[in-house]
Write a protein that binds this ligand. Sequence first.
Ligand code: KIV
Ligand code: ZN
Length: 512
Amino acid sequence: MRKIDIFDTTLRDGEQSAGINLNTAEKIEIAKQLERLGVTIIEAGFPAASPGDFEAVNLIAKTVKDSIITGLARAVKGDIDAVYNAVKDAQQPHIHTFLATSPIHMEYKLKKSPDQVIEQAVEAVKYAKSKVNLVEFSCEDGFRSDTDFLVRIISEVIKAGATTINVPDTVGYASPQEYGALFKFLRENVAGAEKVKFSAHCHDDLGMAVANSIAAMENGADQIECTINGIGERAGNAALEEIGVALHIRKDIYGVETGLNLKEIKRSSQLVSRLTGVVIQPNKAVVGRNAFAHESGIHQDGVLKNPETYEIISPALIGEGDVPLVLGKHSGRAAFRDRSEKMGFQLSDEKLNKAFAEFKKLADRKKEVTEEDLLALLTEQQVSVEDVPLFELKSVQVQYGTENIPTATASVQTPEGEVKTVVATGSGSVEAIFNTLEQLVEGPINLQDYRVTSVGKGRDALAEAVTNIQYQDYTYTGRDNAQDVLEASAKAYLNAINRHLIQESIRARQLV
Ligand code: KIV
Ligand code: ZN
């Protein structure tokens, strides 16, 4: 069967979305999950963008074995060197370089003539090719480019050694018919087209990113670039889970395979949502909470008689089952370690002990500790940073009454090791907590977003809170969970402050 390569750019185009900033440990966790999911290529970041990006791509290149690792580079030597140095230790290093090719980008952004753009692209591809064998060239804003110019530049970069040609719909403007026709035209007219892989990269501004990607595939693209949950610039990128499942469910018409391990879809989606703080809309295809929920009586009746009456995808296909009771409050450390290893976590003893303590607290309060609860607890420990002293919430208490002014009192261990008690009021319980914790640092902290969701089902489900704060010119996403929404909110706010401390420590280390 024809193979379509899945190029995942969650950690590059996805991470570029407003409000998302992942730390290195979180990026590595996502990369390991993408490897389990079976993606062909992981675009792990933009190494020239910052030392933090470089470090993350480099560590991912050293950690992941089964997927090709790439990083993005503008078509300039410095960026290409940064990608090469970051990915050179990967089993299969790859450099992805790009340059804009549309008239509007060339004239206003690059201020270059088409001939100068071709010259720069060829030079960049030759330079990248002198470093690694796998070189992808992207014509940024390719869909809005002049097609004859595309033929010229692509023919030249193939001669220069490019192995993959990506023609993005950078601004999400294409229709499936047009985007498909473009790939057909390029396949038929580019010199050397038969030697390379063509790639589709679509943004979702008009809600057509997945349809466009599939249209490109039907017209000669052998690679699709996409992100988990469709996160990405503006309206996002094509959603990996939708492409993977659509190509599988409709293999009768598409006749292709992706090599994805679809059973890892649900877990990948939840991990990315949890770590990025981007909530999945309930009706999101494939991975939304309601994707398999049948509400109307007629549908429920049909599904009970035969699930195929209304279900074209079985939840089991994407690894969504009835969430089993995995451990109880009498389970010991060995069983807990065993379970966490089976779930793919490799925690240090210190982190395992912390996760175990959290699990015991939860098991005391909650009837059933589910796989989803464990995933939340273990992920939290896995991505925590061990060597930076942080704030730790010891206790929080809120006084609330419809006739009273909400007042919060929090006891917090500071990075210096002393325990401080802080008190403040607010117009509601949550604001009182945030006002209280804000006193721990030199303010102001600007709260940009705050959300609480439940992990799993049931009224005793864990609460997961996400906060987005702006502090000293940077945005930080904090996240944590607890049995109680107010405690989860306090921990998530403190987590955002702690991310500031971690970033400060990374910046300080980079200066020495
Ligand atoms: O959307 C786009 O054009 C991109 C390129 C850099 C590949 O993300
Ligand atoms: Zn893009």
